[in-house]
Design a protein around this ligand. Structure first.
Ligand code: FRU
Length: 503
């Protein structure tokens, strides 16, 4: 089957799974999910002809990771999204076992995807693989043709670089060149990123090993992304195999950023430390783009490898995080929810000066699809916080606790419902004695932004339908200086992509 036939087959496959009668309780309303079946990494996040395009690692035929396609959504504003037919499907000898992660760039009026073609060469998926870099182009942002010159990079660089783990190109244009940064590892299992350069996207020159891990920085770096942010050079990447350090790095794999010194001529990025991009459970393989206002927007896969995903019962698996605006203000890293999400706000409930002694629910403040902004004055409390998606009769809750003595916040999903449990903790510094929480709940997702974006924690949770309570608690009197809550309306269609689009 040629590429177009594979795409048509996938579109039909999606439609037939969608016809199956199934309950869908955990599907988010304002986070991107696939119409059916499995998704992982965001790919090809870009703007083309004044619309935003996001692609994702996709297995259209089941809610399990398997032969990777690229799913596709587009949006006028990063808030409202519609599904398009998959953009890429395995169809050629060089990508027969998967069109793996990659990125997009606009070139001469075309949207060009750069992705990794994956081929299994034997039974061991860790050793027996061949990965090459490929292009696909589109003039309409809908139908993509693989380039006749594929693969455009067919071998990893010689030397100590592992010949087979060589993937996830992130491409951009700067001055007279296209650059691409790739994920890689050395033969002795040290994560590294590689830098390439090209004048035409077809002939690529390997420039250098851009950066490599030292110490506890993982055995493989996936999905690197390199950009300037508010005057700083930043490398974002997803290292595998980082060991826990105190409260950090308790997920199977990590998504991190490093601020360093980039020399594009030499192809080097020097940095000392990296930091988690998200302090919760589920945020991986993030990718950024510049939006039409020049903001740096990041979206991550809202899941984690090898984590239980009870939504598979509903015949879909995986979601995207909210789009987040990255900034570096006075040397402080910030990650804030996209402000335009406010377009979805409905039915505001606003209160101020609410005193909590022990436990309290606030009238009108509940739900499973909402935004909550709360400013807490913990006063003399040692522990205070809020239970989300709570249920009085079953005891279900996703708990957020501030510990004043340790100045830490813990997100606890031990009693969240079905699915994985665990806790994650991070430091938080009060601002004039106040704790600022900005929380988004979307059926099976919880994102907690703290202190104006200084920290964010994300979790997938799987509560029962009746678990919709929001309950504040404290061991001493505290004041909710201000609380605002909105219902959020649905902004992502779940309609399968329209077959007609391809005709
Ligand atoms: C990251 C990753 C990438 C790879 C893709 C395969 O989650 O492992 O390195 O390209 O997923 O789906």
């Amino acid at each position: 089957m040629n590429h177009q036939q594979q795409i048509n087959k996938a579109v039909k496959g999606i439609a037939s799974i969608q016809k199956k009668n199934k309950k869908e309780y955990w599907r988010p309303a304002f986070h991107i999910t696939a119409p059916v079946s499995w998704m992982n990494d965001p790919n090809g996040f870009s703007m083309f002809k004044d619309e935003y395009h996001l692609f994702y690692q996709y297995h259209p035929y089941s809610p399990e990771w398997d032969n990777m396609h690229w799913g596709h959504v587009k949006s006028p504003d990063l808030v409202h999204w519609e599904h398009l037919p998959p953009a890429l499907a395995p169809s050629e000898p060089y990508d027969t076992d998967g069109c793996f992660s990659g990125s997009a760039v606009e070139a001469d009026g075309e949207l060009v995807l750069m992705y990794t073609g994956n081929v299994w060469t034997g039974p061991d998926p860790d050793e027996d693989l061949k990965q090459v870099q490929c292009l696909a182009t589109s003039t309409d942002g809908l139908r993509f043709e693989k380039h006749v010159q594929n693969p455009v990079v067919s071998e990893a660089p010689a030397g100590r670089t592992h010949p087979n783990h060589f993937r996830d190109p992130k491409v951009w244009r700067e001055n007279d060149y296209y650059y691409a940064v790739l994920g890689s590892r050395t033969v002795d299992n040290v994560g590294q990123a590689l830098l390439y350069r090209s004048e035409n996207l077809l002939e690529w020159e390997f420039m250098n090993i851009l950066a490599a891990g030292r110490g506890n920085m993982g055995y493989m770096w996936e999905c690197p992304d390199l950009f300037r942010l508010d005057g700083f050079d930043v490398l974002v990447m997803s290292p595998q195999g980082v060991l826990p350090e105190g409260e950090r790095y308790h997920n199977l794999h990590q998504a991190v950023y490093a601020v360093g010194d980039l020399d594009l001529e030499k192809g080097t990025f020097e940095f000392d430390v990296f930091h988690p991009l998200d302090h919760g459970f589920d945020f991986y393989a993030p990718q950024t783009t510049l939006d039409r206002f020049g903001r740096r927007i990041v979206i991550g896969w809202f899941a984690m490898w090898e984590s239980d995903m009870p939504e598979k019962e509903e015949l879909w698996a995986g979601a995207m995080s909210l789009p987040r605006v990255l900034s570096c203000e006075a040397g402080r890293w910030k990650s804030r929810p996209l402000p335009e999400m406010a377009d979805l706000r409905r039915e505001e409930v606003k209160r101020s000066g609410v005193i909590i002694e022990d436990e309290r629910q606030i009238e009108g403040v509940e739900g499973n699809c909402l935004e909550l902004q709360v400013v807490i004055d913990p006063q003399q409390a040692e522990q205070c916080g809020v239970d989300l998606l709570a249920n009085e009769s079953t005891g279900e809750k996703t708990k957020l606790v501030y510990n004043a003595r340790e100045q830490k916040i813990t997100l606890d999903r031990e009693k969240s419902g079905t699915g994985p449990g665990g806790t994650r903790t991070t430091d938080v510094v009060l601002e004039n004695g106040l704790l600022h929480l900005h929380i988004f709940i979307d059926h099976s997702t919880v994102e907690v932004f703290m202190q104006g974006g200084e920290k964010v924690m994300s979790a997938r949770v799987y509560p029962a339908e009746a678990s919709t309570g929001v309950r504040f608690f404290s061991d001493r009197t505290i004041e909710l200086v201000e609380i605002r809550k909105w219902k959020l309306s649905k902004s992502i269609s779940t309609a399968a992509p329209d077959m007609q689009l391809l005709l």
